[in-house]
Ligand binder design. Structure first.
Ligand SMILES: CC(C)(COP(=O)(O)OP(=O)(O)OC[C@H]1O[C@@H](n2cnc3c(N)ncnc32)[C@H](O)[C@@H]1OP(=O)(O)O)[C@@H](O)C(=O)NCCC(=O)NCCS
Length: 193
């Protein structure tokens, strides 16, 4: 990268958001709409109304067991992901957290935001003592699949009836990553206890 590139390259930042400031909520909604219109891949097929989106994101921020992570390009929210912890009743799976709803606005892609968001989710999960991270996505999300494999996730299975998009069924892929070096992952074919 030359001196000129360094001067013009956008600044990137990822963080766990605890409250919306300034234009954060507006920018997060706009980012969501653009990513959904571009093809989605993280739940919505059509962009919901702005009112519904605002209520959705306020709910995410307030929900227990969730961390809302955002990625900023030159200070503007341009991507997001969530770290989802298991509910208190799920004692058998309390060692595993999930990364859900990761996306970046089309105009902000290719600057490393998605990777940084997943790395932040992993860092928080490790700090909280989680041993495993899970992730899933539609088979059409090539970039997301490449990214999670590059980050050491293991593809363990696929569901041919994972999502329905514009009337057609789409296969989904499931991944896990072992965070605790003491947990080797599946090693036995013994029946579950
Ligand atoms: C997947 C997505 C989040 C990537 O965002 P991004 O900020 O552009 O990604 P990054 O710049 O951090 O790139 C990280 C890695 O992703 C992969 N990647 C990114 N764009 C890619 C593309 N067009 N094709 C293939 N792999 C790609 C690469 O492995 C890349 O690593 P590299 O730069 O070392 O090659 C973005 O494309 C997106 O929002 N897609 C739609 C929603 C989605 O699929 N969400 C995931 C399922 S919930």
């Amino acid at each position: 990268m030359g001196a000129l590139d360094r001067d013009t390259a956008p600044t990137t930042l990822v963080e766990a958001l605890h409250q919306f400031r300034g234009s954060d909520l507006h920018d997060l909604c706009e980012t969501t709409e653009l990513a959904v219109i571009d093809g989605g891949g993280f739940g919505w097929v059509e962009p919901p109304s702005r009112d519904m989106l605002e209520r959705f994101w306020r709910g995410v921020l307030a929900a227990p067991g969730r961390s809302l992570l955002v990625g900023r390009l030159d200070g503007v929210i341009a991507g997001s992901a969530q770290l989802l912890r298991p509910p208190p009743n799920n004692e058998a799976q309390r060692f595993a957290a999930a990364i859900i709803m990761s996306f970046v606005a089309p105009w902000a892609r290719g600057h490393g935001l998605a990777r940084a968001l997943l790395e932040l989710a992993e860092k928080i999960a490790r700090a909280e003592g989680f041993e495993v991270l899970t992730f899933d996505c539609r088979e059409t999300q090539t970039a997301a699949m490449q990214l999670c494999l590059a980050m050491g996730f293991v593809h363990w299975g696929s569901n041919p009836v994972y999502a329905k998009v514009k009337g057609g069924l789409v296969t989904g892929h499931y991944y896990y990553k072992v965070l605790d070096p003491g947990t080797d992952g599946p090693s036995s074919s013994e029946p579950p206890q």
